[in-house]
Design a protein around this ligand. Structure first.
Ligand code: UDP
Length: 380
């Protein structure tokens, strides 16, 4: 039987978790938020909280039951223009998910939204049970900035972010987003189950690139660096945009790259840990970059563009290098210096900063802050 662990500040809560509608859990279409949700579920269930997850039909989580809702996914936020309005098509999954939340809300103390979509933010004041929002991407569209701003105005504690860098992308549109409020518990970070990632001290001569294969991830720069150095690049992740992938193959027909597919964590880390470094080449402000901490946990240094979440993760010169954004030459220089990084320091950083226990503590503090700030006016 699983041991029930409790921190002094936690009383067991009944939590309803609303997953991202962009794809079933386990498909990889949800990106890092799938991992965050799964890991958080693991640590908080072990502490005695009762969690019910609602997600699109087809969701698969090992040993976890999910309420599956049928329907079509929305377009992903990063594929839309900044001015694109919120779109909901007939047969969309998101309204069905939130209909479930509406009709079952009274069985729960708190509803937690993991979707980066307008509807759940808009619905927040209409619910009698508090709705907390874990925002998984930076500012991408006016309509989302507006929806988040409405919630911040009414319920300032109910918005959580991965990183400060990500939260700052909303600063110009959300006046009430005060730095003090954010530093006092709404920057929640991420974590991994360290037991799943195995340390490797003697890598092979190859590099890794991990993530959704989609233009905002800038895979072409990693391929260009592999071509220039002649060091093979292993690519793992969901093929979200096949036209983009085909274009990359046409642009770099002779680059030493190998696409291994979207692998389950256990297989992904087995490939990753044998690599000399992970390359992170995002064009956008990465909200966190879960793949960075997965690499560190295997002892793999991270070479990342100095923008977004990876800036808060990589300790330059100790656990990797931060490179001038969009500079392939910078990547090549960092690759040449990679052997100066002690791989044990990478694993240590993951152990100290990204344990599930620490993540569970931060979310418990946030949930308790929301529940203790409830006034009769907060309830619908
Ligand atoms: N991932 C995976 N298998 C793969 C490649 C990637 O499970 O073969 C997962 C990885 O564990 C991480 C996610 O894909 O959780 C990518 O998340 P990240 O936060 O780096 O970026 P996002 O997709 O959220 O922008």
């Amino acid at each position: 039987m699983t041991e029930i662990l409790k921190t002094p500040h936690s009383v067991p809560l009944k939590l309803l978790w609303m997953s991202t509608p962009v794809g079933p859990l386990g498909s990889g279409l949800g990106g890092g938020v799938e991992l965050t949700l799964t890991n958080l579920n693991q640590v908080l269930s072990q502490r005695g909280h009762q969690i019910q997850i609602v997600a699109p039909a087809g969701s698969v989580l090992p040993n976890i039951s999910v309420i599956e809702i049928p329907g079509d996914p929305p377009p992903t936020a990063h594929t839309q223009m900044r001015d694109t309005p919120a779109l909901i098509s007939a047969g969309a999954v998101l309204p069905g998910m939130w209909n479930y939340a509406r009709s079952h809300q009274h069985r729960f103390d708190l509803i937690v939204n993991f979707a980066y979509d307008w509807l759940p933010f808009y619905l927040t004041p209409f619910f009698q049970v508090p709705v907390a929002h874990f925002v998984s991407m930076g500012s991408l569209s006016k309509v989302m900035d507006w929806a988040i701003a409405q919630v911040v105005e009414l319920f300032p504690s109910r918005i959580g972010f991965y990183t400060e860098t990500q939260a700052r992308t909303f600063k110009s549109s959300i006046n009430h987003l005060s730095t003090e409020a954010l530093s006092s518990g709404q920057i929640l970070g991420s974590a991994i189950d360290l037991a799943l990632y195995h340390y490797c001290s003697e890598p092979a001569n190859c590099l890794a690139w991990l993530g959704r294969v989609s233009p905002e991830k800038g895979l072409e720069d990693a391929i260009a660096a592999a071509q220039a150095t002649g060091i093979p690049l292993k690519i793992m992740g969901k093929l979200e945009d096949s036209a983009y992938w085909q274009q990359l193959q046409m642009d770099y027909p002779h680059a030493p790259v190998q696409y291994l597919g979207f692998l389950p964590t256990v297989d992904m880390q087995a490939e990753l840990r044998c690599c000399r470094a992970l390359l992170m080449t995002p064009r956008w402000v990465e909200a966190f970059g879960n793949v960075a901490i997965e690499a560190l946990a295997c002892g793999v240094p991270v070479i990342a563009y100095s923008r977004g979440g990876p800036r808060e993760i990589v300790d330059p010169g100790r656990t990797g290098y931060l490179v001038s954004p969009d500079s392939v030459d910078g990547l090549i220089e960092a690759i040449a210096a990679i052997d100066q990084i002690d791989r044990r320091a990478c694993r240590e950083q993951a152990e100290v900063r990204y344990s599930l226990e620490a993540l569970g503590d931060r979310f418990e503090v946030w949930f308790n802050q929301i529940l203790s700030s409830m006034s009769p006016l907060d309830c619908g």
